[in-house]
Ligand binder design. Sequence first.
Ligand code: GUN
Ligand code: FE
Length: 432
Amino acid sequence: ASILHFTANPAQQGDDAQYYEYFGDGLLVIKSGHIRDCGDAKELLASYQAAGLSLDVTDYSGKLIMPGFIDTHTHYPQTDVIGSYGTQLLDWLNTYTFPMEARFADLDLANDVANFFCDELLRNGTTTAMVFATVHENSIDAIFNAANSRDMRLIAGKVMMDRNAPENLCDTAQISYQQSRDLIQKWHGKDRLSYAITPRFAPTSTEKQLELAGQLFAEFDDVYLQSHVAENTDEVAWVKELFPWSRSYLDVYDHYGLLGKRAMYAHCIYLDEQDRQRMADTQTAMAFCPTSNLFLGSGLFDMNTAQVMGIPVGMATDVGGGTSFSMLQTLNEAYKVLQMNEQSLSPFQAFYQATLGSAQSLQLEHKIGNFEVGKEADFIVLDLTATPLMERRMAHTHNLKEQLFALMILGSDRNIQATYTMGESRYQKHAA
Ligand code: GUN
Ligand code: FE
């Protein structure tokens, strides 16, 4: 197979700097679930042979191997409301999302959806995700058990929500603090799982709840925090009403100590210069959710400013406001969002963002995101000619850059031939 992985952010390199490695006939050597070597197949085979070491080789000739995709913001309980018609954010939450999330009090349902969700991630080549559960403690056990049985690296948290939502979906500030704390102790750091403190968004939390979320974030060194910010203009106006003292929407989170490394904010569309500077200064990450931002009519993300200011950016599907589990489809829509915003997304930048860039936004670049020796062996095998149209289109590409661009514009789950976590096969596409 050929092998592609990234070693640096293309946007922060000069024009001829080498920010990726590509081997036309490559070999990825895995030992005990980790990367042992990555390079030219002939050279590596010769050196292993010379050392008297035997390799058990799987042949993926004609295919492309890349690191597994990383989805930095998604909601597993929204799997079954994906593609619900006719609304923007606040109506969509009330009409479709909250009624579905209320059903997750049922552990059997939560387990069923969590298992489907993890299989669907793997079927789309995604090996790590940062995930919202629901307000129910059960919903966290379901998603962590599902991820763990597939050896996926996964970050998730119980939603904290104590106002402006249906009563059966609300906790209280104190209960949400205690339950989140218990769940951190139960799950955080177990195998490949990490916990994220998860206040849904400012409008559904009281000031007391945000304060306790901040207290919890300060109490534990390496837990994550995830929320939504500045997605929709009606939402932004509502936050101004609910928190009249705040300078901006982001300022509400800042006030309660909810910014910093390992904090991930979905959307980040309606931010001003000062907000962006705070995110850069605190290294708070943005999750770019293009399919969701288009589907819910939310607005256009500003990628260039984030890059120039050094704000970490992760790619995200935001299922079920987002319309696809596929990172390839997500890159396709990201390109179009940026086109509408007079920006661009080169294919190298795009695949960097979906792998190493997202790993960096989650402070996980020492564990996943590329094929550096010692990292966890999460990778995918791509079939660039999985459809009749793609077969024709690829025949008219002249170089890697053109191939990658056609892949991200035309590609989908059909291009994922196989997905591996910790060096083990978790998904193989059946022959047609
Ligand atoms: N803001 C608050 N909750 C949600 C959610 O579930 N999805 C999206 N897209 N935005 C939100
Ligand atoms: Fe979301």
